[in-house]
Design a binder for this molecule. Sequence first.
Ligand code: MN
Length: 500
Amino acid sequence: MEPYPVVTSIDEVFKARRIPFSSEHKRLIADALTVAHDAHEGQKRASGDEYITHCLATAQILASIGMDAQTIAAGILHDVPEDTTVTLAEIEKRFGSEIAYIVDGITKLSRIRLTEKREEYFLENLRKMFLAMASDIRVVIVKLADRLHNMRTLEFRPTEKQLRIARETMEIYAPIANRLGINEIKGELEDLAFRYLEPEHFATTQAMMDELTATSGDYVRRSIEAFRTELKEEGITIEDIHGRIKNTYRLYQKLSRHEMNINRVYDLFAIRIIVPKIADCYEALGVIHKRHRPMIGRIKDYISLPKPNGYQSLHTTIFGPEGRILEIQIRTQKMHNEAEFGIAAHWLYSEQTRSSWKSFFRRKPTPSIETPRELLWVKQLQNWQQEIGRDNSEFAEGLKIDFFKNHIFAFTPKGDIIELPEEATPVDFAYAIHSEVGNSAVGAKIDGRMVALDTHIQNGEVVEILTTKEKKKPGKDWIRFVKTSLAKDHIRKALKKLDN
Ligand code: MN
Protein backbone atom coordinates (compact mmCIF):
# COMPACT_ATOMS: atom_id res chain seq x y z
CA MET A 1 0.00 0.00 0.00
CA GLU A 2 1.42 3.35 -0.99
CA PRO A 3 1.87 5.72 1.93
CA TYR A 4 0.22 9.12 1.65
CA PRO A 5 2.65 12.03 1.55
CA VAL A 6 2.93 13.71 4.95
CA VAL A 7 1.80 17.36 4.93
CA THR A 8 4.42 19.47 6.68
CA SER A 9 3.94 23.03 5.50
CA ILE A 10 1.21 25.61 5.29
CA ASP A 11 2.00 26.25 1.62
CA GLU A 12 0.68 22.79 0.83
CA VAL A 13 -2.63 23.88 2.40
CA PHE A 14 -2.73 27.11 0.38
CA LYS A 15 -1.86 25.33 -2.87
CA ALA A 16 -4.66 22.80 -2.44
CA ARG A 17 -7.36 25.43 -3.02
CA ARG A 18 -8.09 26.34 -6.61
CA ILE A 19 -9.40 29.78 -5.67
CA PRO A 20 -6.52 31.57 -3.90
CA PHE A 21 -6.90 32.90 -0.36
CA SER A 22 -6.68 36.62 0.35
CA SER A 23 -3.63 37.68 2.35
CA GLU A 24 -5.90 38.38 5.31
CA HIS A 25 -7.22 34.82 5.18
CA LYS A 26 -3.73 33.42 4.80
CA ARG A 27 -2.78 35.28 7.97
CA LEU A 28 -5.74 33.82 9.84
CA ILE A 29 -4.77 30.28 8.82
CA ALA A 30 -1.11 30.90 9.68
CA ASP A 31 -2.15 32.21 13.13
CA ALA A 32 -4.21 29.11 13.75
CA LEU A 33 -1.22 26.99 12.78
CA THR A 34 1.05 28.84 15.23
CA VAL A 35 -1.38 28.21 18.09
CA ALA A 36 -1.91 24.55 17.16
CA HIS A 37 1.80 24.02 16.64
CA ASP A 38 2.68 25.29 20.13
CA ALA A 39 -0.22 23.46 21.76
CA HIS A 40 0.59 20.07 20.20
CA GLU A 41 4.36 20.52 20.69
CA GLY A 42 6.00 17.17 21.48
CA GLN A 43 2.91 15.08 20.61
CA LYS A 44 3.29 12.35 18.04
CA ARG A 45 0.90 10.43 15.77
CA ALA A 46 0.81 6.62 15.78
CA SER A 47 2.81 6.87 12.55
CA GLY A 48 5.65 8.58 14.43
CA ASP A 49 5.02 11.89 12.64
CA GLU A 50 4.59 15.15 14.54
CA TYR A 51 0.96 15.64 15.62
CA ILE A 52 0.75 18.92 13.70
CA THR A 53 0.93 16.96 10.41
CA HIS A 54 -2.60 15.70 11.17
CA CYS A 55 -3.84 19.28 11.66
CA LEU A 56 -2.19 20.34 8.40
CA ALA A 57 -3.53 17.35 6.48
CA THR A 58 -7.07 18.04 7.72
CA ALA A 59 -6.70 21.65 6.60
CA GLN A 60 -5.36 20.58 3.23
CA ILE A 61 -8.37 18.34 2.61
CA LEU A 62 -10.70 21.21 3.54
CA ALA A 63 -8.84 23.55 1.18
CA SER A 64 -9.00 21.00 -1.64
CA ILE A 65 -12.81 20.96 -1.51
CA GLY A 66 -12.89 24.76 -1.48
CA MET A 67 -13.81 25.54 2.14
CA ASP A 68 -13.43 29.05 3.55
CA ALA A 69 -10.57 30.30 5.76
CA GLN A 70 -12.61 30.13 9.00
CA THR A 71 -13.40 26.47 8.46
CA ILE A 72 -9.77 25.73 7.61
CA ALA A 73 -8.55 27.54 10.73
CA ALA A 74 -11.05 25.50 12.76
CA GLY A 75 -9.73 22.38 11.00
CA ILE A 76 -6.21 23.19 12.14
CA LEU A 77 -7.38 23.79 15.72
CA HIS A 78 -9.85 20.89 15.87
CA ASP A 79 -7.93 18.72 18.37
CA VAL A 80 -6.55 21.54 20.53
CA PRO A 81 -9.17 21.73 23.35
CA GLU A 82 -9.45 17.93 23.60
CA ASP A 83 -5.77 16.98 23.48
CA THR A 84 -3.81 19.98 24.81
CA THR A 85 -3.83 22.43 27.71
CA VAL A 86 -5.09 25.28 25.53
CA THR A 87 -8.79 25.81 26.24
CA LEU A 88 -11.74 26.62 24.03
CA ALA A 89 -12.06 29.97 25.83
CA GLU A 90 -8.54 30.87 24.71
CA ILE A 91 -9.37 29.91 21.14
CA GLU A 92 -12.48 32.07 21.27
CA LYS A 93 -10.53 35.02 22.65
CA ARG A 94 -7.99 34.81 19.90
CA PHE A 95 -10.08 33.71 16.90
CA GLY A 96 -13.63 34.76 17.70
CA SER A 97 -16.85 32.92 18.38
CA GLU A 98 -17.42 31.52 14.88
CA ILE A 99 -14.21 29.48 14.76
CA ALA A 100 -14.58 28.53 18.44
CA TYR A 101 -18.08 27.29 17.72
CA ILE A 102 -16.88 24.92 14.99
CA VAL A 103 -13.98 23.65 17.12
CA ASP A 104 -16.36 23.07 20.02
CA GLY A 105 -18.72 21.10 17.77
CA ILE A 106 -15.89 18.81 16.68
CA THR A 107 -14.69 18.35 20.27
CA LYS A 108 -18.21 17.30 21.27
CA LEU A 109 -18.44 14.87 18.37
CA SER A 110 -15.13 13.27 19.31
CA ARG A 111 -16.27 12.72 22.90
CA ILE A 112 -18.77 10.12 21.76
CA ARG A 113 -17.66 6.92 23.41
CA LEU A 114 -18.45 3.31 22.83
CA THR A 115 -21.16 1.95 25.12
CA GLU A 116 -21.76 -1.76 25.72
CA LYS A 117 -24.33 -2.16 23.03
CA ARG A 118 -22.86 -1.55 19.61
CA GLU A 119 -26.15 -0.66 17.97
CA GLU A 120 -26.90 1.89 20.63
CA TYR A 121 -23.53 3.50 20.14
CA PHE A 122 -24.00 3.62 16.42
CA LEU A 123 -27.33 5.35 16.66
CA GLU A 124 -26.22 7.76 19.35
CA ASN A 125 -23.26 8.68 17.20
CA LEU A 126 -25.53 9.32 14.27
CA ARG A 127 -27.91 11.42 16.31
CA LYS A 128 -25.12 13.66 17.55
CA MET A 129 -23.80 14.03 14.04
CA PHE A 130 -27.15 15.26 12.93
CA LEU A 131 -27.64 17.66 15.76
CA ALA A 132 -24.25 19.13 15.00
CA MET A 133 -25.09 19.23 11.35
CA ALA A 134 -28.32 21.06 11.92
CA SER A 135 -26.59 23.81 13.88
CA ASP A 136 -23.57 24.33 11.63
CA ILE A 137 -22.85 22.10 8.69
CA ARG A 138 -19.17 23.08 8.77
CA VAL A 139 -18.69 21.05 11.95
CA VAL A 140 -19.55 17.92 10.02
CA ILE A 141 -17.40 18.88 7.04
CA VAL A 142 -14.34 19.32 9.31
CA LYS A 143 -15.17 16.02 10.98
CA LEU A 144 -15.22 14.32 7.57
CA ALA A 145 -11.80 15.78 6.68
CA ASP A 146 -10.45 14.67 10.09
CA ARG A 147 -11.79 11.16 9.51
CA LEU A 148 -10.39 11.02 6.00
CA HIS A 149 -6.88 11.73 7.25
CA ASN A 150 -7.29 9.21 10.07
CA MET A 151 -8.32 6.63 7.47
CA ARG A 152 -5.33 7.48 5.29
CA THR A 153 -3.05 6.72 8.23
CA LEU A 154 -5.03 3.79 9.65
CA GLU A 155 -2.26 1.28 8.91
CA PHE A 156 -0.42 2.51 12.02
CA ARG A 157 -3.24 1.58 14.40
CA PRO A 158 -3.77 -1.82 16.08
CA THR A 159 -5.91 -4.29 14.09
CA GLU A 160 -9.03 -4.19 16.28
CA LYS A 161 -9.06 -0.40 16.16
CA GLN A 162 -8.65 -0.54 12.39
CA LEU A 163 -11.76 -2.67 12.07
CA ARG A 164 -13.88 -0.52 14.36
CA ILE A 165 -12.83 2.71 12.69
CA ALA A 166 -13.21 1.31 9.18
CA ARG A 167 -16.67 0.01 9.97
CA GLU A 168 -17.77 3.30 11.47
CA THR A 169 -16.40 5.03 8.38
CA MET A 170 -18.38 2.79 6.03
CA GLU A 171 -21.58 2.97 8.06
CA ILE A 172 -21.64 6.57 9.20
CA TYR A 173 -19.08 8.86 7.60
CA ALA A 174 -19.27 7.73 3.97
CA PRO A 175 -23.10 7.91 3.91
CA ILE A 176 -22.97 11.40 5.43
CA ALA A 177 -20.39 12.55 2.86
CA ASN A 178 -22.67 11.06 0.23
CA ARG A 179 -25.73 12.83 1.55
CA LEU A 180 -23.85 16.13 1.53
CA GLY A 181 -22.80 15.37 -2.03
CA ILE A 182 -19.06 15.46 -1.27
CA ASN A 183 -18.26 12.72 -3.74
CA GLU A 184 -14.53 13.26 -3.58
CA ILE A 185 -14.43 12.45 0.14
CA LYS A 186 -17.11 9.78 -0.02
CA GLY A 187 -15.24 7.75 -2.65
CA GLU A 188 -11.95 7.83 -0.81
CA LEU A 189 -13.54 6.98 2.56
CA GLU A 190 -15.28 3.97 1.00
CA ASP A 191 -12.15 2.70 -0.71
CA LEU A 192 -10.07 3.03 2.46
CA ALA A 193 -12.71 1.35 4.64
CA PHE A 194 -13.20 -1.41 2.05
CA ARG A 195 -9.46 -2.20 2.20
CA TYR A 196 -9.68 -2.97 5.94
CA LEU A 197 -13.15 -4.51 6.11
CA GLU A 198 -12.83 -6.90 3.17
CA PRO A 199 -9.11 -7.20 2.45
CA GLU A 200 -9.48 -10.17 0.10
CA HIS A 201 -12.17 -8.63 -2.07
CA PHE A 202 -10.26 -5.38 -2.03
CA ALA A 203 -7.11 -7.10 -3.26
CA THR A 204 -8.87 -8.99 -6.10
CA THR A 205 -10.69 -5.88 -7.27
CA GLN A 206 -7.59 -3.75 -7.07
CA ALA A 207 -5.59 -6.32 -9.05
CA MET A 208 -8.25 -6.31 -11.79
CA MET A 209 -8.15 -2.55 -11.89
CA ASP A 210 -4.37 -2.38 -12.02
CA GLU A 211 -4.31 -4.79 -14.93
CA LEU A 212 -6.89 -2.80 -16.85
CA THR A 213 -5.20 0.49 -16.11
CA ALA A 214 -1.95 -0.92 -17.43
CA THR A 215 -3.57 -2.10 -20.65
CA SER A 216 -6.02 0.77 -21.16
CA GLY A 217 -4.26 3.83 -19.76
CA ASP A 218 -2.71 4.73 -23.09
CA TYR A 219 -5.99 4.12 -24.87
CA VAL A 220 -7.76 6.63 -22.59
CA ARG A 221 -5.04 9.20 -23.28
CA ARG A 222 -5.31 8.65 -27.05
CA SER A 223 -9.11 8.95 -26.89
CA ILE A 224 -8.92 12.22 -24.97
CA GLU A 225 -6.76 13.68 -27.75
CA ALA A 226 -9.16 12.36 -30.40
CA PHE A 227 -12.19 13.96 -28.72
CA ARG A 228 -10.32 17.19 -28.17
CA THR A 229 -9.63 17.44 -31.89
CA GLU A 230 -13.13 16.41 -32.95
CA LEU A 231 -14.86 18.92 -30.68
CA LYS A 232 -12.48 21.68 -31.69
CA GLU A 233 -13.20 21.00 -35.37
CA GLU A 234 -16.91 21.55 -34.67
CA GLY A 235 -16.21 24.80 -32.86
CA ILE A 236 -16.97 23.63 -29.32
CA THR A 237 -14.99 25.20 -26.48
CA ILE A 238 -13.63 22.71 -23.96
CA GLU A 239 -12.81 24.00 -20.48
CA ASP A 240 -11.36 20.69 -19.39
CA ILE A 241 -11.22 17.09 -20.54
CA HIS A 242 -9.90 14.27 -18.39
CA GLY A 243 -10.24 10.57 -17.71
CA ARG A 244 -11.60 9.17 -14.48
CA ILE A 245 -11.35 5.67 -13.04
CA LYS A 246 -14.15 4.15 -11.01
CA ASN A 247 -13.56 3.84 -7.25
CA THR A 248 -12.44 0.39 -6.12
CA TYR A 249 -15.36 -0.15 -3.75
CA ARG A 250 -17.94 0.97 -6.33
CA LEU A 251 -16.35 -1.29 -8.93
CA TYR A 252 -16.48 -4.22 -6.53
CA GLN A 253 -20.17 -3.62 -5.90
CA LYS A 254 -20.84 -3.51 -9.60
CA LEU A 255 -18.75 -6.60 -10.26
CA SER A 256 -20.64 -8.58 -7.62
CA ARG A 257 -23.84 -7.85 -9.55
CA HIS A 258 -22.22 -9.11 -12.78
CA GLU A 259 -20.60 -12.41 -11.70
CA MET A 260 -17.26 -10.60 -11.23
CA ASN A 261 -17.01 -10.25 -15.02
CA ILE A 262 -15.13 -7.03 -15.64
CA ASN A 263 -15.99 -7.06 -19.34
CA ARG A 264 -19.57 -6.27 -18.39
CA VAL A 265 -18.61 -3.08 -16.57
CA TYR A 266 -18.62 -0.34 -19.20
CA ASP A 267 -17.92 2.62 -16.98
CA LEU A 268 -14.66 1.53 -15.38
CA PHE A 269 -13.04 4.33 -17.35
CA ALA A 270 -14.95 7.40 -18.34
CA ILE A 271 -13.96 10.53 -20.13
CA ARG A 272 -15.21 13.76 -18.66
CA ILE A 273 -15.71 16.77 -20.83
CA ILE A 274 -16.28 20.14 -19.15
CA VAL A 275 -17.86 22.83 -21.35
CA PRO A 276 -18.92 26.43 -20.58
CA LYS A 277 -22.74 26.28 -20.86
CA ILE A 278 -25.61 23.82 -20.64
CA ALA A 279 -26.36 24.22 -24.35
CA ASP A 280 -22.74 23.26 -25.09
CA CYS A 281 -23.26 19.96 -23.26
CA TYR A 282 -25.98 18.91 -25.70
CA GLU A 283 -24.00 20.19 -28.66
CA ALA A 284 -20.92 18.24 -27.59
CA LEU A 285 -23.07 15.11 -27.18
CA GLY A 286 -24.37 15.60 -30.73
CA VAL A 287 -20.86 15.92 -32.14
CA ILE A 288 -19.72 12.75 -30.38
CA HIS A 289 -22.76 10.74 -31.50
CA LYS A 290 -22.27 11.93 -35.08
CA ARG A 291 -18.84 10.31 -35.13
CA HIS A 292 -19.20 7.39 -32.71
CA ARG A 293 -22.17 5.06 -32.55
CA PRO A 294 -23.86 5.24 -29.12
CA MET A 295 -24.89 2.09 -27.28
CA ILE A 296 -28.66 1.70 -27.10
CA GLY A 297 -30.24 2.44 -23.73
CA ARG A 298 -27.15 4.06 -22.25
CA ILE A 299 -27.77 7.70 -23.11
CA LYS A 300 -28.73 9.46 -19.87
CA ASP A 301 -29.79 13.05 -19.55
CA TYR A 302 -29.17 13.84 -15.89
CA ILE A 303 -29.23 17.53 -16.74
CA SER A 304 -32.99 17.65 -17.36
CA LEU A 305 -33.61 14.86 -14.87
CA PRO A 306 -30.98 15.06 -12.10
CA LYS A 307 -30.15 11.98 -10.02
CA PRO A 308 -31.75 11.82 -6.56
CA ASN A 309 -28.63 13.36 -4.98
CA GLY A 310 -28.82 16.30 -7.39
CA TYR A 311 -26.11 15.02 -9.74
CA GLN A 312 -26.21 16.59 -13.21
CA SER A 313 -24.39 15.50 -16.38
CA LEU A 314 -25.03 13.96 -19.77
CA HIS A 315 -23.85 10.34 -19.96
CA THR A 316 -23.45 8.20 -23.02
CA THR A 317 -21.63 4.98 -23.79
CA ILE A 318 -20.16 4.84 -27.26
CA PHE A 319 -18.15 2.59 -29.52
CA GLY A 320 -15.18 4.88 -29.24
CA PRO A 321 -11.91 5.28 -31.11
CA GLU A 322 -10.42 1.93 -32.17
CA GLY A 323 -13.87 0.36 -31.69
CA ARG A 324 -13.65 0.06 -27.91
CA ILE A 325 -16.55 0.78 -25.56
CA LEU A 326 -16.19 3.99 -23.59
CA GLU A 327 -18.38 6.09 -21.30
CA ILE A 328 -18.49 9.84 -21.82
CA GLN A 329 -19.72 12.36 -19.24
CA ILE A 330 -20.42 15.92 -20.30
CA ARG A 331 -21.10 18.75 -17.84
CA THR A 332 -20.46 22.40 -17.00
CA GLN A 333 -17.85 23.48 -14.44
CA LYS A 334 -20.61 24.31 -11.95
CA MET A 335 -22.12 20.83 -12.32
CA HIS A 336 -18.66 19.35 -11.96
CA ASN A 337 -17.92 21.25 -8.75
CA GLU A 338 -21.25 20.24 -7.30
CA ALA A 339 -20.72 16.61 -8.29
CA GLU A 340 -17.30 16.46 -6.65
CA PHE A 341 -17.68 18.79 -3.69
CA GLY A 342 -21.45 18.88 -3.04
CA ILE A 343 -22.39 21.24 -0.25
CA ALA A 344 -18.78 22.41 -0.07
CA ALA A 345 -19.08 23.75 -3.62
CA HIS A 346 -21.49 26.35 -2.28
CA TRP A 347 -18.74 27.82 -0.17
CA LEU A 348 -17.19 29.02 -3.36
CA TYR A 349 -20.20 31.27 -3.89
CA SER A 350 -20.62 34.75 -2.54
CA GLU A 351 -20.51 35.76 1.08
CA GLN A 352 -23.94 37.32 0.63
CA THR A 353 -25.49 34.02 -0.34
CA ARG A 354 -23.98 32.38 2.68
CA SER A 355 -25.21 34.98 5.12
CA SER A 356 -28.67 34.40 3.70
CA TRP A 357 -28.38 30.74 4.71
CA LYS A 358 -27.65 31.78 8.23
CA SER A 359 -30.88 33.72 8.38
CA PHE A 360 -32.54 30.75 6.76
CA PHE A 361 -31.63 28.73 9.80
CA ARG A 362 -32.97 31.47 12.01
CA ARG A 363 -36.31 31.07 10.24
CA LYS A 364 -36.29 34.47 8.63
CA PRO A 365 -37.84 34.50 5.19
CA THR A 366 -35.29 34.74 2.38
CA PRO A 367 -37.43 34.48 -0.71
CA SER A 368 -35.03 36.02 -3.21
CA ILE A 369 -32.07 33.67 -2.92
CA GLU A 370 -32.14 30.04 -3.85
CA THR A 371 -31.19 27.82 -0.93
CA PRO A 372 -28.97 24.85 -1.79
CA ARG A 373 -30.87 21.61 -1.70
CA GLU A 374 -28.51 20.06 0.83
CA LEU A 375 -29.46 22.76 3.30
CA LEU A 376 -33.17 22.33 2.66
CA TRP A 377 -32.68 18.75 3.68
CA VAL A 378 -30.86 19.73 6.87
CA LYS A 379 -33.69 22.11 7.65
CA GLN A 380 -36.20 19.33 7.08
CA LEU A 381 -34.26 17.17 9.50
CA GLN A 382 -34.24 19.92 12.10
CA ASN A 383 -38.00 20.40 11.90
CA TRP A 384 -38.61 16.73 11.89
CA GLN A 385 -36.49 16.19 14.97
CA GLN A 386 -38.40 18.89 16.80
CA GLU A 387 -41.70 17.27 15.83
CA ILE A 388 -40.69 13.84 16.99
CA GLY A 389 -39.22 15.26 20.17
CA ARG A 390 -36.81 13.55 22.49
CA ASP A 391 -37.67 9.94 21.86
CA ASN A 392 -34.28 8.73 20.66
CA SER A 393 -35.33 5.32 19.49
CA GLU A 394 -38.01 6.67 17.22
CA PHE A 395 -35.72 9.36 15.88
CA ALA A 396 -33.01 6.81 15.21
CA GLU A 397 -35.44 4.39 13.60
CA GLY A 398 -36.71 7.12 11.33
CA LEU A 399 -33.19 8.12 10.44
CA LYS A 400 -32.33 4.62 9.38
CA ILE A 401 -35.25 4.61 6.99
CA ASP A 402 -35.23 8.15 5.72
CA PHE A 403 -31.51 8.84 5.68
CA PHE A 404 -29.93 5.66 4.49
CA LYS A 405 -32.39 4.78 1.81
CA ASN A 406 -31.78 6.25 -1.55
CA HIS A 407 -34.01 9.10 -2.35
CA ILE A 408 -36.13 9.69 -5.41
CA PHE A 409 -37.65 12.82 -6.86
CA ALA A 410 -41.25 12.99 -7.98
CA PHE A 411 -42.99 15.98 -9.52
CA THR A 412 -46.31 17.65 -8.89
CA PRO A 413 -48.33 18.36 -12.06
CA LYS A 414 -47.04 21.95 -11.76
CA GLY A 415 -43.44 20.71 -11.81
CA ASP A 416 -42.56 21.19 -8.12
CA ILE A 417 -40.07 18.61 -6.91
CA ILE A 418 -40.93 16.37 -3.97
CA GLU A 419 -38.08 14.37 -2.47
CA LEU A 420 -39.00 10.95 -1.09
CA PRO A 421 -37.27 7.75 0.03
CA GLU A 422 -37.30 4.81 -2.37
CA GLU A 423 -40.54 2.82 -2.42
CA ALA A 424 -42.52 5.83 -1.27
CA THR A 425 -46.18 5.82 -2.27
CA PRO A 426 -48.67 8.46 -3.43
CA VAL A 427 -49.79 8.74 0.20
CA ASP A 428 -46.24 9.72 1.24
CA PHE A 429 -46.26 12.18 -1.63
CA ALA A 430 -49.61 13.66 -0.51
CA TYR A 431 -48.42 14.19 3.08
CA ALA A 432 -45.17 15.68 1.83
CA ILE A 433 -47.28 18.37 0.13
CA HIS A 434 -49.57 19.05 3.09
CA SER A 435 -51.27 17.07 5.85
CA GLU A 436 -54.69 18.12 4.50
CA VAL A 437 -53.85 16.81 1.05
CA GLY A 438 -52.87 13.53 2.70
CA ASN A 439 -55.99 13.25 4.83
CA SER A 440 -58.37 14.03 1.98
CA ALA A 441 -56.66 11.86 -0.66
CA VAL A 442 -58.96 9.40 -2.43
CA GLY A 443 -56.83 8.34 -5.38
CA ALA A 444 -53.75 9.11 -7.41
CA LYS A 445 -52.48 9.34 -10.96
CA ILE A 446 -48.90 8.63 -11.96
CA ASP A 447 -47.90 10.04 -15.35
CA GLY A 448 -51.60 10.48 -16.09
CA ARG A 449 -52.70 6.90 -15.27
CA MET A 450 -54.85 5.97 -12.26
CA VAL A 451 -52.86 3.91 -9.75
CA ALA A 452 -53.45 2.28 -6.36
CA LEU A 453 -52.42 4.39 -3.35
CA ASP A 454 -49.75 1.86 -2.33
CA THR A 455 -47.95 1.96 -5.70
CA HIS A 456 -44.18 2.60 -5.43
CA ILE A 457 -43.32 5.91 -7.07
CA GLN A 458 -40.32 5.81 -9.43
CA ASN A 459 -37.78 8.57 -9.84
CA GLY A 460 -38.95 11.36 -12.13
CA GLU A 461 -42.65 10.43 -12.24
CA VAL A 462 -45.40 13.04 -12.14
CA VAL A 463 -47.82 12.34 -9.32
CA GLU A 464 -51.28 13.87 -9.08
CA ILE A 465 -53.27 13.41 -5.88
CA LEU A 466 -57.06 13.29 -6.20
CA THR A 467 -58.88 14.69 -3.17
CA THR A 468 -62.46 15.38 -2.09
CA LYS A 469 -63.56 18.08 0.31
CA GLU A 470 -65.87 15.68 2.21
CA LYS A 471 -63.11 13.28 3.19
CA LYS A 472 -60.93 14.36 6.11
CA LYS A 473 -59.39 11.17 7.44
CA PRO A 474 -56.63 8.85 6.32
CA GLY A 475 -57.30 5.24 5.32
CA LYS A 476 -56.93 2.84 8.25
CA ASP A 477 -54.56 0.57 6.30
CA TRP A 478 -52.31 3.36 5.02
CA ILE A 479 -49.96 3.09 7.98
CA ARG A 480 -48.96 -0.38 6.71
CA PHE A 481 -47.51 0.80 3.41
CA VAL A 482 -46.31 4.40 3.86
CA LYS A 483 -42.53 4.86 3.99
CA THR A 484 -41.87 8.30 5.46
CA SER A 485 -41.97 9.13 9.16
CA LEU A 486 -43.82 12.31 8.24
CA ALA A 487 -46.74 10.40 6.70
CA LYS A 488 -46.82 7.90 9.58
CA ASP A 489 -46.91 10.73 12.08
CA HIS A 490 -49.76 12.55 10.36
CA ILE A 491 -51.79 9.39 9.88
CA ARG A 492 -51.44 8.42 13.55
CA LYS A 493 -52.37 11.91 14.68
CA ALA A 494 -55.39 12.11 12.39
CA LEU A 495 -56.66 8.67 13.41
CA LYS A 496 -56.19 9.48 17.10
CA LYS A 497 -58.22 12.65 16.73
CA LEU A 498 -61.08 10.66 15.21
CA ASP A 499 -61.04 8.17 18.08
CA ASN A 500 -61.46 10.93 20.67
MN1 MN B 1 -8.31 14.81 14.63
